[in-house]
Structures are given as C-alpha cells and as structure tokens.
Design a protein around this ligand. Structure first.
Ligand code: PXP
Length: 245
C-alpha cells in the first residue's frame, strides 16, 4: 500500500490572533508543537513581506522545533531577494513559492510561472542548490505545470481555493482540471501537493486524485480548534483523509 498522504498544518492564523493584541498569546510555536504531537506530518508557515501574522522570530523558533522533532518545515515565501536570504539562513526542509500582494486577504490565485522564468528560475535554483525542496504554488493548469517543470521545481502545490468555493457542475469541472494537472505533473516527475480552503470534505475530495501526496491546511483547522481543540481537529482531519484513500 502507498504511504498515507501527508498532512501539513499551517499555523499562520494562530499568529493572526496573537498579533490582534500585540502580545505573545496564542503562540504559533506552541500550536506547531501540538500539531506535530497530534500527528501532523509537517508544519507550514508563510512569512509575508508585511509580517501580518508569522514573524521572523516565529520562523527561527519553528525551524528549531521542527529540527528537534525531525519533521519538515515548509516555508511559504514570495519570490524576493529578502525571502530568499531568509530561507537560505534557516534552511527549511521545503520552500513553497507563492504570489503575494499586500492588499490581498489571503493568497489569491497561484504563482504565474509561465513567462516569468527569468525571475523565478534563479530563486528555484538557489534554493535547490542549498538542499531545500522547492514547491511552486500554482493554479491547476497544464501551462503552469509545464512551466514549473521547466524552471526546475521538484513539487507543485495546486491552489484548491477555486474548487472549494465552487459548487455543482463548476466544481466537477474544477476537479477534472485538478486531476488532469496532477497527472501531467506526475508525468513530468513533479510531486503533487494541494492546499487552500480545504476542510474535512474537500480534503477528502482531493485524495481521489491518486497523484496527490500532501495537503497543506490552515484556516479551517485553526478555526475548528476554537470549538474542538487543535488536537481533535487534526485527528478528525487525519481520519477523514485516511477514510478517503
Ligand atoms: N498552501 C499555500 C501555498 C498557502 O498559501 C496557504 C494559505 O497560506 C495554504 C496552503 C493553506 O490555506 P488555508 O489556510 O486556506 O487552509
């Protein structure tokens, strides 16, 4: 039997709540520790250019925690010189390159790789040469998958936000787009991840795509944690994923 699909837990929104009052509580590092103890396969954190949730100090502490726990840290980052320097300093297991706009509430849409290889290629190369696994957060389009392979990424993470918002025939069509893009990515030797907006149901839906090896989930799990606690929310997500495959 194939290995279970990995669950990466994104703890950004613990920092969002902390920063609302400017203090130290709730601590995203404590959340990461609890997530790993509950069975998360890794921790994902997005250090945004405006530092609206995760801070540089959080990344330093999360790097230590993950190293001690022997679990991967997946650093989401914009394609900038500043973020590249930070990634090279902390050496996370993986870096996921995302588009970033200051006015957006969350990461809207995937990274435009096609046609931007001159900007993205050198960052992918520098990260890969440092032994950091490079993932590109893209729309599930064949064009972007092709471009991701050409630029030298090892992983593509498909933006599932559209899928999660759609319903009926439009959702079915988006699922087919995700499935076709996943097949093409695997054919090109890319590992396939998925994330954004996933809940217990849509996470399970993604596991119907055989090529998907990892889900990265944040907002829903942190929101659920308010009602059932983080450990229970992660256990329930794990159970939903295991039941789906
Ligand atoms: N994957 C990537 C690349 C993201 O940018 C995000 C959001 O930060 C997620 C996964 C998690 O999305 P959500 O918080 O909606 O579960």
């Amino acid at each position: 039997m194939a290995d279970p699909v990995r669950l990466g837990v994104n703890i950004d929104h613990v920092a969002t709540v902390r920063n609302a009052r400017g203090g130290a509580h709730p601590d995203p590092v404590r959340a990461a520790r609890e997530a790993l103890a509950a069975g998360a396969d890794g921790i994902t954190a997005h250090l945004r250019e405006d530092r609206r949730h995760i801070t540089d100090a959080d990344i330093a502490a999360l790097s230590l925690l993950c190293a001690e726990a022997g679990k991967p840290l997946n650093l989401e980052m914009a394609v900038t010189e500043e973020m590249l320097a930070i990634a090279l300093r902390h050496q996370p297991h993986a870096a996921c390159l995302v588009p970033e706009r200051r006015e957006e509430v969350t990461t809207e849409g995937g990274l435009a790789v096609a046609g931007h290889d001159a900007r993205i290629g050198p960052v992918v190369k520098a990260l890969a040469e440092a032994g950091i696994r490079v993932s590109l957060f893209i729309e599930p389009s064949l064009e972007q998958v092709q471009a991701a392979a050409e630029v030298g990424a090892q992983v593509v993470e498909f933006h599932t936000g559209r899928y999660c918002h759609l319903s009926g025939d439009a959702r079915t069509a988006e699922f087919e787009r995700l499935r076709d893009a996943a097949r093409r990515a695997a054919d090109l030797g890319l590992e396939v991840h998925a994330g954004h907006g996933l809940d217990y149901v849509t996470a399970a839906d993604m596991l119907a795509i055989a090529e998907v090896r990892e889900l990265n989930i944040g907002h829903f799990l942190i929101g659920e944690a308010v009602f059932v606690g983080l450990t229970a929310a992660i256990h329930r997500m794990r159970a939903a994923m295991d039941a789906a495959r």
